[in-house]
Design a protein around this ligand. Sequence first.
Ligand code: GDP
Ligand code: MG
Length: 170
Amino acid sequence: AHNSLNAKLVLLGDMGAGKSSLVLRFVKGQFLEFQESTIGAAFFSQTVAVKDATVKFEIWDTAGQERYHSLAPMYYRGAAAAIIVFDITSTDSFARAKKWVQELQKQGNPNMVMALAGNKSDLEDRRKVTAEEGRIYAEENGLFFMETSAKAAINVNDIFYEIARRLPRA
Ligand code: GDP
Ligand code: MG
């Protein structure tokens, strides 16, 4: 049978990691070199078709700043999926991503589908976090891992598609 489902999805991660850019690429096929930083959170929706289902993502793109941290549970509570984003050129952003994973493991929906995105994969010459580090961390913590580039449109549709594929069916 063909399922139609709505799935709340939240993007979390350090400010500047590329959360808004991934959403803009996914929803509108666009990229901005000077993406404005997100205030609070922004909402988008986009539908993807996978083999046995049509999934309408209800996407909450959160701000990465510490001062908005207390708002985050509003967005991840009840979420079916999360993308935790870091920037492969920043070890700090990778450390911050791990904190988000820990918080979701403690406070999030236990069946949440979680993806770890190592974004800005186009910046290979400035890389500080290896793909291996991302992959191992994800494997040990029950997420799946992809390196993405919102700028070069690498693995962006793919990460949403893979989440859609993994969502439990009604
Ligand atoms: P957010 O704070 O996590 O929402 O990050 P933004 O989406 O606002 O992106 C922060 C900056 O990084 C912006 O200047 C973007 O243009 C840039 N950026 C985002 N994704 C990429 C990417 O994949 N590659 C490169 N080179 N720059 C990116
Ligand atoms: Mg943003």
